[in-house]
Design a protein around this ligand. Structure first.
Ligand SMILES: C[S@@+](CC[C@H](N)C(=O)[O-])C[C@H]1O[C@@H](n2cnc3c(N)ncnc32)[C@H](O)[C@@H]1O
Length: 475
């Protein structure tokens, strides 16, 4: 589409003198970022606008810049017609400007312009994500940024459930209220940053429960932050605090200082974390790679978990179970009959959001999760009764419970179900149940014999109990 249309400025032009003037490539489309901390346009952006023949942007952006009179404008809306206009202007050699929010190369319009074959010159400004963290007075090098724009909300929501610091680029119908609803039950504080960098700017600290009840204005960015000490609804740190308008932008805002204890977080990946002092984000991985595989790996020895009476899935069995569950950032895993929580914790180490269901209130799931620097939501109670109120999982590990639990799990139609069974008489019914529910079932019996020392320097093999691992997968 670029530079080759008939009559375009890119066609060779021959002069009467016989000399061939140099063919200049058409000007790239200039993409101007609108600053999310309210700074004025840069001189280069002002110059680009002054020379433009076509300016494309959202109504609020067009209204905020000096567009010379007589210049064509396209108000966004849908991007496709605007791309056609830009391609035509570019082919005709007419300078064109696109106005976009923040850094247009960061979850922005640059990708679409390049996909349409248009060359671009980007004049970036401060991104809404950087501005939101700045307004909240928080560091964000350990944060994950996800988008809910034009895609399912589930993966963004599960990132907020899994990780202590997540920024969500929102869309109408997929914003603070919807994410708040999905985070109910997780210990999170939310920062909602509306209309950043404009006089209508409003930054609100709130809770998932309160976010559901509010009407939020688009555009807004949502920050989901682990509540230090597990603050949930009712915590004093959860009281909303608001600041509005660009005038007092530089005032520090926060959750009334509650939850700002700077309390040391658990250890994640070999280093002290949660050292951000008053930042109050909670434990962030010390290596600033929140979604990378854990440094210490997984299938950890049983000694890595506090457990009672050997009620823990053995490392060899856990290795297979975790692999089959396919945990990753954006997915939700239930660990039903969690015991020590080791399976769920290893899924969380690999980036998944996790709910551990366990009837024994004395189980050490939270303690074990904290020891490994991950967040696991613990639901204490009997399955299947407590499963009803939980959000739909992508994968479920059933380490405890009978046929009724497996039936209730299959009814929720997760993509994968993994069952560990020591009792042989339960294997065939579980296979039949999963098949009847539409799962393709594979299984194997695992018997690990571990090296053990004998007196005199010899070694022997010490058997662990055989376990059957079944995997049900939706075709
Ligand atoms: C397509 S993304 C663009 C992100 C942009 N490239 C940036 O760096 O800020 C659109 C989303 O960015 C966020 N956003 C953009 N401008 C904003 C502003 N001024 N205030 C709050 N959020 C904003 C909203 O979440 C909006 O839905």
């Amino acid at each position: 589409m670029t530079g080759s249309a008939p009559g375009s400025g890119s066609e060779p032009v021959t002069g009467g003198s016989g000399s061939v003037p140099p063919v200049l490539p058409p000007e790239p489309v200039v993409v101007v970022g609108m600053d999310a901390v309210g700074r004025p346009l840069s001189p280069s952006a002002v110059a680009a606008l002054a020379g433009a023949r076509l300016v494309v942007g959202a109504a609020r952006h067009l209204a905020a810049v000096p567009v010379p009179s007589g210049v064509d404008t396209v108000v966004l809306g849908p991007l496709a017609p605007a791309l056609d206009r830009l391609a035509a202007a570019h082919a005709a050699g007419q300078p064109a400007v696109v106005l976009a929010s923040g850094d247009p190369g960061f979850f922005g319009v640059v990708r679409r312009l390049r996909a349409a074959g248009l060359p671009v010159r980007v004049l970036p400004a401060v991104s809404s994500v950087a501005a939101a963290f700045a307004r909240a007075g928080l560091d964000w090098d350990g944060a994950v940024v996800v988008t809910a724009h034009g895609r399912e909300l589930g993966p963004a929501l599960n990132a907020c459930r899994a990780l202590p610091a997540v920024a969500v680029l929102t869309a109408p119908g997929a914003g603070a209220a919807e994410i708040g609803a999905g985070l109910t039950g997780w210990a999170r504080r939310l920062v909602v940053a509306e209309h950043l960098g404009t006089p209508a700017e409003r930054v609100t600290w709130t809770t998932p429960e309160q976010a559901v009840t509010r009407a939020w204005v688009d555009p807004h960015v949502l920050l989901s932050l682990a509540a230090p000490g597990g603050a949930a609804a009712g915590d004093p740190g959860a009281q909303p605090a608001v600041h509005t308008g660009a005038a007092d932008r530089d005032r520090v805002v926060g959750p009334g200082d509650a939850g700002r204890s700077g309390e040391a977080g658990p250890v994640g990946d070999g280093g002290p974390v949660g050292d951000g002092g008053p930042a109050g984000v909670g434990p962030v991985r010390a290596d600033n790679q929140p979604a990378a595989a854990p440094v210490g790996g997984w299938a950890l020895p049983e000694s890595a978990y506090r457990h009672r009476d050997s009620m823990i899935t053995k490392a060899e069995v856990r290795a297979l179970a975790v692999a089959r569950l396919r945990p990753r950032l954006g997915r939700l895993v239930w660990d039903v009959g969690a015991g020590s929580g080791s399976v769920g914790i290893e899924c969380a180490l690999l980036g998944a959001a996790v709910i551990a269901v366990e009837r024994d209130p004395a189980a050490s799931i939270a303690e074990n999760a904290a020891r490994h620097g991950v967040a696991v939501r613990v639901v204490t109670g009997d399955a299947p009764a407590v499963l009803g109120g939980l959000p739909d999982p992508d994968a479920v590990f059933v380490g405890g419970g009978g046929t009724d639990v497996l039936t209730a799990v299959a009814d929720r139609r997760p993509a994968r179900v993994v069952v560990a069974l020591a009792a042989l008489d339960r294997v065939a019914p579980a296979v039949h149940l999963l098949r009847a529910a539409g799962y393709a079932v594979t299984g194997s019996q695992l018997t690990a014999a571990r090296l053990a020392d004998l007196p005199g320097g010899s070694i022997r093999l010490a058997a662990t109990n055989p376990v059957v691992v079944l995997t049900g997968e939706r075709p």
